[in-house]
Design a protein around this ligand. Structure first.
Ligand code: NAD
Length: 332
């Protein structure tokens, strides 16, 4: 068993968090991850309004007796969401664990801390991690450039970012971006993390509420099948490489560049949602990390979480055996 500051903080068996995922973080997945021993997370903005989130929290409670969290991500949106409403309803419903991410999270973090909640803040720079730590978050989720969705604008891969976190942070942190197996979890811990966050890997599980065609597409894809959109709009997002995302990038690079309005019809989340419902991978934009290159099957969350736990333990045992004392060394 792996006992870390994360397993103790969240009272979970395996140090794995299922991060927020727009249109994917629904009750059936969050509950399955929590039941499997990790931390499942509902994505607030996937619900059309705070009252719908209230129902989703109640539905999740029917599916698991374990704790689960709620993600609230603050990024530019076509229709500005009622962040405060989502936060208030979650607290009213007794949710005690929150994943925050995105721009200007201060007020939200302060609100959750004033209600004695546990906050895991996801960020992509050490600068932002330190400000969140000063605001009193309990844990950071250090999101490397490998990640799906928004990696920020500084392009630092997890290997360096996590080692920097080890040098600079005084509170626990988990690794996020590029992790899909036990090797990734063990590597995260070697870099000082107390666990790992996974998104794309949980998208391709039996309980993930997306069309089987998209799961099959993830399995068939490699680490070369993602692309960054919105780089020129200062809102970079790593998404699956398809006709639509390539058109967005081409539009951004045309002479004179592009404004958000020029690509809005291509990128809207409403259109991306249809990808997951219809199973047409080319219909719109959908988030995917380069970890899709590591995903070759579609297990249940229980199978996946147990497998990653076992693999990580095997890696740790193997590494421990590399260490020999002088007497043993002389015999080699
Ligand atoms: P949406 O339809 O509002 O926007 C689609 C995409 O365009 C998003 O990536 C958004 O950030 C971006 N965008 C919107 N307005 C923009 C602008 N003026 N300039 C630059 N980029 C702009 O998004 P949605 O799919 O309905 O999602 C709602 C919110 O949730 C967005 O802010 C989105 O970024 C965020 N999100 C959350 C998660 C998560 O895991 N919680 C994952 C992906 C996206």
């Amino acid at each position: 068993m792996l006992v870390t500051p994360l397993t103790k903080l969240l009272n979970i068996r395996v140090p794995l968090v299922q991060g927020g995922m727009q249109w994917v973080g629904l009750p059936q997945l969050a509950a399955a991850v929590s039941n499997a021993g990790g931390l499942g997370i509902l994505t607030a903005l996937t619900q059309p309004n705070p009252e719908a989130l209230r129902s989703a929290i109640r539905e999740t409670r029917k599916l698991t007796s374990k704790s689960f969290g709620v993600n609230i991500t603050l990024l530019p949106s076509i229709n500005p969401p009622d962040y405060e409403g989502y936060a208030r309803v979650s607290v009213e419903e007794g949710v005690r664990i929150f994943e925050t991410a995105g721009n200007n999270p201060g007020p939200l973090i302060k609100f959750f801390k004033s209600k004695d909640c546990i906050v895991i803040h996801k960020c992509t720079t050490i600068r932002h991690a330190k400000s969140a730590a000063r605001l009193g978050v309990d844990c950071l989720s250090i999101d490397g450039f490998e990640c799906a969705g928004h990696p920020g604008e500084e392009d630092i891969g997890g290997l360096v970012l996590l080692a920097r976190a080890a040098q600079e942070l005084n509170i626990p942190y988990i690794a996020s971006g590029g992790i899909a197996d036990g090797r990734g979890l063990a590597a995260s811990m070697a870099l000082g993390a107390c666990g790992a966050n996974m998104g794309s890997r949980f998208m391709c599980t039996v309980e993930s509420p997306i069309h089987q065609n998209i799961k099959d597409k993830i399995i068939a894809s490699t680490e070369q099948d993602t692309i960054h959109i919105f780089r020129t709009l200062n809102n970079t997002a790593r998404v699956f490489k398809n006709a639509v995302s390539k058109e967005v990038v081409a539009t951004e690079h045309r002479p004179g560049g592009a404004k958000f309005e020029d690509v809005r019809h291509l990128v809207s989340g409403a259109r991306g949602k249809v990808v997951y419902e219809s199973g047409d991978p080319d219909y719109g934009i959908w988030s995917a990390g380069i970890s899709i290159g590591l995903i070759n099957d579609c297990p249940t969350c229980e199978e996946l979480v147990s497998r990653i736990e076992r693999e990580a333990e095997e890696v740790i045992d193997r590494l421990a055996k590399l260490k020999v004392d002088n007497k043993e060394k002389a015999k080699l």
